[in-house]
Design a binder for this molecule. Structure first.
Ligand SMILES: C[S@@+](CC[C@H](N)C(=O)[O-])C[C@H]1O[C@@H](n2cnc3c(N)ncnc32)[C@H](O)[C@@H]1O
Length: 288
């Protein structure tokens, strides 16, 4: 049974959107869970500002392994409803099993690319949502405006768009740590080459302007995160690299030798007192 589940996940992983830069595996879901733990308090504060409350109907766009979806399902309660949307069927499967195991019955799973024009799966939800939430997804999109257009259509008048995304730095460590600086520089380059923007957090406001939006709340938070030893947060960078190593070769960002050197660098244990500064941007905008 376990083998069958693994085979199914592998098949679904292979089908996942080729434009997504990271993997859609169990390893990626574990990486997202670690990342979510570090960012959870700020994400909760963001959702509080967005007016998250019991009874709402909302969407978690790019829900990944469902870590925030779980929180949202609990927050809206049995009278509310959550749509968990992802372009990766494999991530949706992981999210579904997590959410079902926790006993929530108020979640609908939608397999869809948020950048598609008029996605059939979203039609019945147009003008119905109180909140459209997206965390760490915009930096993976190649057509952000198309994604925002779908968010806008889903929201009812008075509904809220809440978006969190990254502002990657080429040198995020204190004190500077060359192996991670090198990784960050190359990761930013890879995103650019694939039509994506690892610093999109700095630009979030521009997507929510115009007559359909009330003045918005936008702020940036820098979180110092200790990398620690082997089991620490550096494992996340290694997992991200592992899931996207072929893209570095295909896009000629790194040669095989350079890739091996980068992997070696990230396998070393960083100095104990070193921290990586994670920079995240948060936007709350109301549809009028
Ligand atoms: C970095 S993960 C973030 C997951 C989750 N929001 C979190 O914070 O843990 C990005 C997720 O967005 C999904 N994704 C990427 N491009 C997408 C698209 N065009 N439409 C829908 N989902 C997308 C990926 O499959 C992945 O699960």
């Amino acid at each position: 049974m376990k083998t069958l589940k693994v085979l199914m996940l592998m098949a679904m992983t292979a089908q996942a959107s080729s434009s997504y830069t990271l993997a859609s595996s169990e390893e990626e879901a574990a990486r997202l869970k670690r990342q979510n733990t570090v960012m959870l308090d700020n994400a909760k504060a963001h959702l509080k500002k967005a007016g998250l409350t019991a009874g709402q109907t909302l969407i978690d766009i790019g829900c990944g392994g469902g870590d925030m979806t779980l929180y949202l399902a609990e927050a809206v309660g049995p009278k509310g409803h959550v749509l968990a949307l992802d372009v990766s069927e494999a991530q949706l499967t992981i999210a579904r099993s997590k959410i079902q195991a926790a006993g929530f019955k108020n979640v609908t799973y939608i397999h869809c690319d948020i950048q598609d024009a008029e996605p059939a799966a979203l039609k019945e939800w147009q003008d119905k949502l109180d909140l459209a939430y997206s965390k760490l997804v915009f930096m993976h999109l190649t057509k952000v405006e198309a994604g925002v257009a779908n968010m806008t259509k889903l929201l009812k008048v008075g509904g809220i768009a809440a978006v969190q995304d990254s502002i990657w730095s080429e040198s995020p460590c204190q004190p500077p740590y060359p192996p991670l600086d090198y990784y960050c520089q190359k990761r930013i380059e890879l995103g650019c080459k694939r039509g994506q923007d690892c610093k999109i957090g700095a630009k979030l406001e521009q997507f929510f302007q115009g007559p359909q939006w009330a003045p918005q709340d936008y702020y940036v938070v820098k979180t110092p995160t200790a990398l620690g030893g082997d089991g620490g947060y550096i494992a996340n960078f290694r997992a991200a690299l592992n899931g996207s190593r072929q893209h570095y070769l295909d896009e000629a960002i790194l040669s095989a030798d350079e890739l091996a050197k980068m992997e070696q660098g990230l396998a070393a244990t960083p100095p104990k007192d070193m921290v990586v500064i994670l920079t995240q941007a948060y936007l709350v905008a109301q549809k009028i």
